[in-house]
Design a binder for this molecule. Structure first.
Ligand code: FAD
Length: 497
């Protein structure tokens, strides 16, 4: 049995580990770098936020941060070299989606916030899945294998690196909101040692969305370390799947392109698999399958292919805090403001760091809002490309919730106001962006209830594209737990022989 997995983020890592444990050999095709093999440059594998280079972004000449401006001047984005860097942004009209590339996918660039959704909300969004089983079995398994831990009060409550979080939490309490310590995959003992200068610094050295050298338990340190130890996993980094063709015997042939770090093409190959697992993320999987459907290389892909996509209600908002938030800020978020009662103005706002190295008196929040609007991927026959229909109007419910949140915060805290010099068009928020793309191949709609694509035997989906557009919290724990559930059921059903 010849098994291929496309993508090495959460879905790919879970599938590879659980299949390898059962004795199956798996190929993992990943378009990004295997960063564990990357030599250090200037003492680091990845870069600080303030000193990006060619390792920071995927083939760009300039960084593209979600907030590129400061004092209305484009001060934040910096010119960088050209290379297969770790953070990518896909620009689709009115939606910029941020993604991680490399062995470990989004785990390489994300904030590590590891949040289990409220069970009632999970039931609302995924009624087709047995929530009782998920919460009793698969969420605990995901948290355990990911190494999730509560932030310790001595660090968050006292360290100068978390002053920004304490200031924002105090203001939230004054506004009548609840605040919460948010679990994370960062090794908090390591952070304690960082603060004593006993170890090389990472989160306390301004590392976050361009990768993290130490401390964060990324997938290469958890799932991939275990999967590699089986000797059954064969990684093909810097190899992009360009197209998928279903053969008459229901095997799949992939056209791939392997590059070096600078983007030079080293080889083009065709790889054939008996079983194919799509784990290229919501955007990657949807793009490949929408292409296959429209070019006819996979027959019988369901009409639900590429449908019901959403940005998890993401809006980035910024406030003048009226007081110092700290020159020194840890790169890892640890607190959130919760105002979630399922009403249209529900918000779960991550208190995000802004490790700019100067005092900005700024509060930055990644607000997750309740936006029921869903978009879909589109096919442009003229240039054979996949697009995404997401308009400004579709973000309106998220904007209304974010504005209501900010107004309440500003009203309760004298001397504070919206900060409109960071984002485009003098807005105090970014409604054209997502860190949390979800949907495109919904479980129970485009796939059966275990992730096998309807009408296409031997083709499975195992990533964020299974979840219809939103989950009310940061999504990687849900993606991991759902993948744990699906691979369990697929192995039991002997889908891999
Ligand atoms: P991914 O992790 O995106 O993995 C997909 C993989 O497939 C990637 O490695 C990609 O390179 C590869 N790939 C794609 N297309 C192809 C192709 N054609 N050929 C070969 N390989 C391909 N979530 C949280 O829960 N908490 C957080 O704190 C958090 N912070 C975030 C911060 C940032 C800056 C970003 C960008 C995301 C953040 N997220 C966070 C979101 C989280 O990382 C994603 O939801 C998660 O990584 C999605 O998992 P996945 O398995 O669906 O896909």
């Amino acid at each position: 049995m010849n098994i291929g997995i496309i993508g090495s983020g959460y879905g790919g890592a879970v599938a590879a580990l659980r299949l390898a444990e059962q004795g199956y050999d798996v190929d993992v095709i990943e378009m990004g770098v295997d960063w564990e093999t990357m030599p250090k440059k200037n003492g680091l594998v990845f870069t600080k936020m303030t000193a990006p280079n060619e390792r920071s972004m995927w083939f760009k000449t300039k960084t593209q941060m979600p907030f590129g401006r400061l004092f209305d001047i484009p001060l934040i984005d910096k010119n960088i070299g050209w290379g297969a860097g770790v953070l990518d942004v896909e620009n689709f009209g009115f939606m910029n989606v941020y993604l991680g590339h490399g062995v470990g996918g989004g785990s390489l660039v994300n904030g590590g916030m590891a949040v289990v959704p409220r069970q009632s909300y999970f039931r609302k969004i995924l009624p087709q899945i047995d929530a009782g089983e998920m919460f009793a079995k698969y969420f605990p398994r995901a948290n355990d294998t990911l190494g999730v831990a509560e932030p310790p009060r001595d660090i968050i409550g006292a360290s100068k690196y978390y002053n920004f979080a304490r200031v924002a939490a105090n203001q939230a309490v004054k506004a009548g909101f609840q605040t919460a310590f948010v679990p994370n995959v960062y090794d908090w003992d390591y952070m304690r040692q960082e603060s004593f200068n006993n170890v090389e610094r990472s989160a306390l050295n301004g590392q976050v969305i361009f990768g993290n050298d130490h401390g964060k338990k990324t997938l290469p340190k958890t799932y991939w370390a275990k999967a590699k130890a089986t000797g059954k996993v064969h990684l093909k980094p810097l190899t992009e799947v360009l197209s998928i063709t279903q053969n008459p015997d229901n095997t799949f042939t992939l056209k791939t392109k392997t590059i070096d770090f600078d983007g030079r093409v080293l080889k083009n190959e065709e790889l054939t698999y008996d079983r194919l697992i799509m784990a290229a993320g919501s955007i990657g999987t949807s793009k490949l399958l929408v292409r296959a459907k429209n070019t006819g290389t996979i027959k019988n892909l369901p009409n639900e292919t590429g449908k019901r996509w959403g940005p998890n209600g993401n809006v980035m908002v910024a406030r003048n805090m009226g007081t110092a938030t700290g020159v020194y800020q840890a790169g890892i978020p640890a607190m959130g403001v919760t105002n979630w009662d399922d009403s249209p103005n529900s918000v779960f706002a991550e208190i995000a760091p802004f490790p700019a190295g100067i005092e900005l008196k700024t509060g930055l929040y990644l607000a997750i809002t309740e936006n029921p609007t869903l978009g879909e991927f589109t096919w442009n026959g003229a240039d054979q490309s996949v697009g995404l229909n997401w308009t400004q109007q579709m973000s309106a419910p998220s904007v209304a919730a974010a504005k209501a949140f900010m107004e309440k915060m500003n009203a309760a805290n004298r001397g504070t106001s919206n900060r409109s010099d960071l984002f485009e068009d003098n807005k105090a928020f970014s409604d054209y962006f997502s860190y949390h793309p979800l949907g495109g191949m919904i479980i129970g709609e485009a796939t059966d209830l275990n992730g096998e694509v309807k009408g296409v035997p031997n083709l499975f989906v195992m990533d964020g594209s299974l979840i219809p557009g939103r989950i009310g919290v940061n999504p990687f724990v849900t993606i991991t737990a759902l993948a744990e559930r699906n691979i369990d059921k697929l192995i039991s059903a002997r889908k891999f022989g």
